[in-house]
Design a protein around this ligand. Structure first.
Ligand SMILES: [Zn+2]
Length: 314
């Protein structure tokens, strides 16, 4: 058992329960909630509390909120959402892809200090602490500013033992670059989860990643470009290969988003494709796995054993 930081304080890993390892309660931009909350639509907090309460009733115990500072993270709002819904929420520190160019002018050590403060003392004067580190690289690979953040995340991890989540671009196998940098920094790759890994169906590549030691975030459901069924078939192949406890399925869903709010038709389409929100895995993907012959005992491990092992560093 290990104690980790949730937005409501210390949480035993034994209490994580059914955990979604990559979601967004609210997706926006830095300062939006404080300055222009109307961009999230009227009564967005009601939608957040309703969505989380439904998730809790459907058996979701814990959500890792992958919303960094630059995606509009507000930990006071997350704490309120957790209090009202009963869902444990883990907040992250770090930066998403495309950090401003000035980031590359600072040293990785400087940013590591900032991230460590958010883990050990709290975020923005709230005393609410981050429980996971995040860095991101996308289609362009690891950019200079992205490398500063990635190295900072690695160094903050080595000092705090808080694990790392990496947004990656699976079709371009960008994780190869990310892992090479983490290895240079001396990070044990068993403390790393490679996110959005189910944006590819290349089982050979995914198996290579698992063999490096890292966990796989199969965290886009229903997702785009790759069909939900193809994602499930890929997960089945990895389960059959013996990796059940290293797979971290999730949705990369959000309950309120400035992008979706701006595009009502896209929002409708998104809700048509996933009317279940944070319960899509339980309502759609797990039954598909069951039909494919995955034993009940294995299904029960998904979203339970992997998240706990990941936070405990197993
Ligand atoms: Zn995300």
């Amino acid at each position: 058992m290990t104690t980790i930081n949730s937005v409501l304080g210390p949480l035993d890993t034994a209490a994580l329960g059914f955990t979604l390892m990559h979601e967004h309660i609210i997706g926006s931009g830095p300062g939006i909630l404080q300055n222009y909350p109307e961009l999230l639509g009227a009564r967005f907090m009601d939608r957040v509390i309703t969505g989380l309460t439904q998730a809790r009733a459907g058996g979701i115990d814990t959500i890792v909120d992958a919303t960094t500072f630059d995606l509009g993270r507000d930990v006071s709002v997350l704490a309120e959402a957790s209090r009202q819904s009963g869902v444990n929420i883990i907040a992250c520190t770090g930066w998403r892809f495309d950090p401003p160019r000035f980031v590359g002018s600072w040293s990785a050590d400087k940013f590591a200090q900032l991230f460590i403060r958010e883990i050990q003392e709290g975020i923005a004067g709230t005393g609410i602490k981050a429980g996971i580190l995040k860095s991101a690289s996308d289609v362009g690979g690891v950019t200079p500013a992205g490398e500063t953040v990635l190295r900072a995340v690695a160094r903050a991890h080595l000092q705090t033992n808080v694990p790392i989540m990496l947004h990656s671009y699976a079709p371009g196998q960008v994780a190869r670059q990310q892992l090479a940098i983490l290895k240079e920094e001396g990070v044990d790759l068993r403390r790393v989860k490679m996110d959005h890994s189910n944006d590819t169906t290349d089982v050979e590549y995914l198996t290579w990643l698992l063999e490096q030691g890292c966990y796989l975030g199969l965290d886009r459901y229903p997702g785009f470009n790759v069909s939900s069924q193809a994602r499930t078939r890929t997960m089945k192949a990895l389960i059959d290969a013996g990796y059940t406890d290293r797979l971290l399925p999730s949705h990369d869903w959000s309950l309120a988003s400035v992008i979706m709010e701006a595009m009502p038709s896209a929002q409708e389409e998104r809700e048509r494709r996933n009317p279940h929100g944070f319960l899509y895995l339980k309502k759609v993907a797990f039954p598909q796995l069951r039909e494919m012959g995955v034993p009940e005992a294995t299904l029960k491990r998904l979203c339970v054993i992997g998240p706990r092992n990941f936070f405990e560093g197993i």
